[in-house]
Design a protein around this ligand. Structure first.
Ligand code: PMP
Length: 388
């Protein structure tokens, strides 16, 4: 007898391919370029410890009590000011504090996706967004891209009923690419012309190597763009705090979905994060974090150039955490993975990041977890496998 009947929406839902790979690569002997785990040396441990102490001394009852579903007002105000300083047009009343930006993706799915509704995504796109949206059973429409992001002309081919286009303009996961300003303007103009709203996910924007990214899509079209952000890559992912900026017309719906999901994000953590932010910890630490990641990025670029056989293609990412590597014709990244793990390295095959027309030659390499010498050794082993 089958005691539990599982909802139909779970048909075909499987653990993310990425999580499965990460499980294998947790072995200490594996040099993993698979997961995008922020460098733990960058975590502000002492500052966070002092902030916990300060919050519990100053306002223990409020910090440990239920709080508003929108988020704690001073943290919402900090996020709004932070985004305004980067050109976005945000009032603090539009900021919803979420449990990581992953929760924002889930709330967007709940509020905007009916079963069978078309949703547009970049080719390739962030796997975790697909996993979040999958539960609401959309039909995906892939948007063709080049080195600068989605092709504005490709928006003309989308089903006019598309609920939104999801994109990651800054140092995209998985490709690492950055949308230049002109492309942002062209994509926004095309989307606005078709009445296609945009969901702009920006967890990596602060991790630039040489220059800050151009202004966000939200700044170009405030009513038509929802903007997501996170403290995961700048402070620490274990805090599970992010935000969503929504146009006022949509905010109440998202708030109801947030309330139903978890009432609110942790009162205590919000105060602790606000405490370190108001001490300027982010501003103090980001330059060193950027320098660290730039060094690792340069080490990976040098290693790829030194070791890889001819026919491999990649671009130098201007920030973020990832290289997107295209192997020579005839290669299949997925098929190479067992040999890679055997050789003590790991990467993420690119095919699962595509909702259609997967490119089996692509793979994602993270440069933030390993040291420069480990990166060199990891890429050397990858090159050995490619040479057969
Ligand atoms: N969006 C993108 C593009 C990501 O790469 C990630 C994390 N890998 C997330 C959202 C989720 O991040 P978090 O929930 O930790 O904020």
């Amino acid at each position: 007898m089958n005691l539990w009947t599982v909802a139909r929406r779970m048909d075909g839902m499987k653990p993310s391919a990425l999580r499965e790979i990460l499980r294998i690569t947790e072995r200490p002997d594996v040099l993993s370029m698979a997961g995008g785990l922020p460098a733990s040396e960058g975590f502000a441990v002492n500052e966070l410890r002092a902030a916990c102490e300060a919050v519990l001394c100053r306002e223990p009852a409020a910090a440990l009590q239920y709080g508003p579903s929108e988020g704690w007002a001073p943290l919402r105000a900090w996020v709004a000011a932070h985004l305004r300083a980067r050109g976005a047009r945000v009032d603090e009343g539009q900021v919803l504090i979420t449990s990581g930006s992953q929760q924002a993706l889930d709330l967007i799915g709940k509020v905007l996706i009916d079963p069978g509704a078309p949703v547009a995504v970049e080719l390739p796109t962030y796997l975790g967004a697909l996993q979040a949206f999958d539960l609401f059973e959309p039909t995906y429409q892939g948007v063709a891209t080049d080195a600068h992001g989605p092709l504005p002309g490709a928006l003309a081919e989308l089903d006019p009923a598309c609920r939104f286009l999801y994109l990651v303009p800054n140092f995209q996961n998985p490709t690492g690419r950055l949308m230049p300003h002109e492309r942002r303007e062209a994509v926004v103009a095309a989307a606005r012309g078709r009445g296609l709203p945009l969901v702009e996910d920006d967890p990596y924007g602060e991790l630039w190597c040489d220059a800050p990214p151009p202004v966000s899509l939200q700044a170009l079209w405030p009513q038509g763009v929802m903007l997501l952000g996170s403290f995961s890559k700048t402070l620490a992912p274990g805090l599970r705090l992010g935000w969503l900026v929504a146009p006022p017309t949509l905010f109440q719906k998202l708030l109801v979905a947030k309330q139903a999901a978890d009432l609110h994000s942790a009162s205590f953590t919000q105060r602790v994060v606000h405490e370190v932010l108001s001490q300027g910890v982010l501003a103090q630490r980001l330059p060193a974090l950027r320098q660290r990641y730039r060094g690792q990025r340069d080490a990976m670029h040098a290693a790829l150039t030194r070791h890889l056989p001819p026919g491999c293609e990649w671009q130098l990412p201007a920030g973020g955490m990832f290289f997107w590597l295209r192997l020579p014709p005839g290669c299949d990244a997925q098929a190479l993975l067992p040999a890679a793990v055997e050789a003590g390295i790991a990467f993420v095959p690119g095919a699962p990041f595509f909702v259609q027309a997967p490119d089996p030659r692509c793979l994602r390499l993270s440069f933030v977890t390993l040291s420069a010498s480990q990166i060199d050794e990891g890429v050397r082993r990858l090159a050995c496998i490619l040479r057969g």
